[in-house]
Design a binder for this molecule. Structure first.
Ligand code: PHE
Ligand code: NA
Length: 445
């Protein structure tokens, strides 16, 4: 069997496609709004540089050297303790769990692409009613678009690494960048732009507390797709002699740039046409459509383009969330790609239905435990426990279990001090930060 490998640019596009997702365009702007802007952005940038980049290279390294699905890769790189470390490989499950709600949210976005063609809410209040009506009362719309997202994702994955994943990313990533760049160019011409810049870049340290810190670290992690084997699985198909440090740099750079461009653009629109920097998850589904309404007909065009870009970002992340488990079943159980993709896809499609039902008024009481419904529980368990745990294990694995000489030989560092700094961060800074984030998100500290 011929093994498919990413081309050099194909890998960067695929990994960047994984990283650039709902996290950049939907979540980053609203948490920046919530935690007061500039100071938060600064902490986030520092975290990406110090912690995110370290784990990204570590994760690429494990995949690149292991060359197999995540479970087998850990086994091969730690032959003496393989039964222990293979559990780190089961992090791939986190992606499948994330898909349970990620697919539902992509469904909402599909729905907004279609409705924005002809309708935009004239006030924030109306926008809120529209959104909550869909969320709490309209099961069938959500079901239909969630199923559509399942069909697209499984179709692309069954086409394989080159013909499916690489092709999708080579197409959608440039399209996404063009859409965002043209909308950004328009935003720059508006008066609201300078307000958006000062909101995002002038730090107000009074807003920063330990919670903002934890959220920034947690987000830096989620936004770079770390801790669950997505990047690792892609890196297993990197061509020989690839430059890991360079690739990791490009992925982190694109992810950060797109988050900041999206943030500046959205805040400009909200200053210019809306109610200022909105807070909370409703930002793109509630405040933004109302701002688009104020732009007149341009607003409809922008709304449709914006939701298309968001859908593209979500789809390219989705395939990377599912691929680790698809690869696992192909490698370990010798399943065909089609069978593996279908079964893994049906899993998230099926539980996704319960994620929808857990928001519907008539059914939510059966799907709520404690303060959270099923949808929120899946989000919480993956973000607060599984991803930080995955990052912690990967940092420990590369920092302590793998021989330093092997790590250094693969990284081929040009600057000795940069390697030493990276290695130090992996051994001491990152594990501590991950541990603290995990405990804090779990409510223990
Ligand atoms: N990085 C993606 C985002 O920002 C989410 C994601 C997390 C994708 C983990 C893959 C793996 O939306
Ligand atoms: Na991201």
């Amino acid at each position: 069997m011929k093994i498919a490998r990413f081309s050099r640019i194909g890998f960067i596009m695929a990994a960047a496609g994984s990283a650039v997702g709902l996290g950049n365009i939907w979540k980053f702007p609203y948490i920046t709004g919530e935690y007061g802007g500039g100071a938060f952005v600064l902490i986030y940038l520092l975290t990406v540089l110090l912690i995110g980049f370290s784990i990204m290279t570590a994760e690429m390294l494990i995949g690149y050297l292991g060359r197999r699905d995540t479970v087998t890769s850990f086994e091969e790189l730690a032959p003496k303790h393989k039964n222990l470390w293979k559990f780190a490989g089961f992090q791939g499950l986190a992606g499948l769990f994330i898909m349970i709600f990620y697919s539902v949210v992509i469904g909402w976005i599909f729905n907004y692409v279609v409705t924005s063609l002809t309708y935009l809410p004239s006030t924030v209040g109306e926008a809120e009613t529209t959104f909550t009506k869909m969320l709490h009362a309209d099961f069938w719309t959500q079901f239909f678009y969630h199923t559509l997202s399942f069909v697209v994702i499984t179709y692309v994955l069954h086409k394989g690494l080159k013909g499916g994943i690489e092709k999708l990313n080579m197409l959608l990533m440039p399209a996404l960048m063009i859409i965002l760049a043209s909308m950004f160019a328009y935003a720059v011409t508006l008066d609201g732009f300078s307000k958006a810049v000062s909101f995002m870049f002038s730090p107000d340290w009074s807003k920063i507390n330990s919670e903002a810190f934890v959220v920034a670290v947690g987000h830096a992690f989620f936004t770079l797709s770390l801790g669950m084997g997505a990047i690792m699985t892609y890196a297993a198909s990197l061509e020989k002699n690839a430059n890991i440090v360079k690739s990791a740099f490009w992925v982190a750079f694109l992810d950060t740039t797109i988050a900041i461009v999206a943030g500046l653009m959205l805040f400009t629109f909200l200053y210019q046409y809306g109610s200022g920097p909105a807070k909370g998850p409703g930002l793109v589904f509630i405040s933004l459509p109302a701002a688009f309404y104020e732009m007149g007909i341009v607003g409809n065009v922008f709304a449709v383009l914006f939701f298309i870009a968001l859908a593209f970002a979500g789809l390219t992340s989705s395939v990377s969330l599912v691929e680790p488990m698809v690869q696992y079943f192909i490698d370990r159980f010798c399943w065909s790609r089609l069978k593996s993709t279908l079964l893994v896809g049906i899993f998230f499609w099926f539980f996704g239905i319960f994620a929808i039902l857990s928001n519907i008024d008539d059914t939510k009481e059966y799907l709520t435990w404690g303060s959270k419904n099923f949808f929120d529980w899946v989000d919480y368990v993956t973000a607060a426990i599984m991803l930080p745990l995955g990052g912690l294990l990967m940092a420990i694995f590369v920092g302590y279990v793998m021989p330093r000489s092997e790590v250094e030989a693969t990284m081929r560092p040009q600057l000795k001090w940069a390697f030493a700094l990276w290695y130090f961060s992996l051994r001491y800074i990152t594990p501590v930060a991950m541990f603290v984030v995990m405990l804090s998100l779990m409510g223990i500290i």
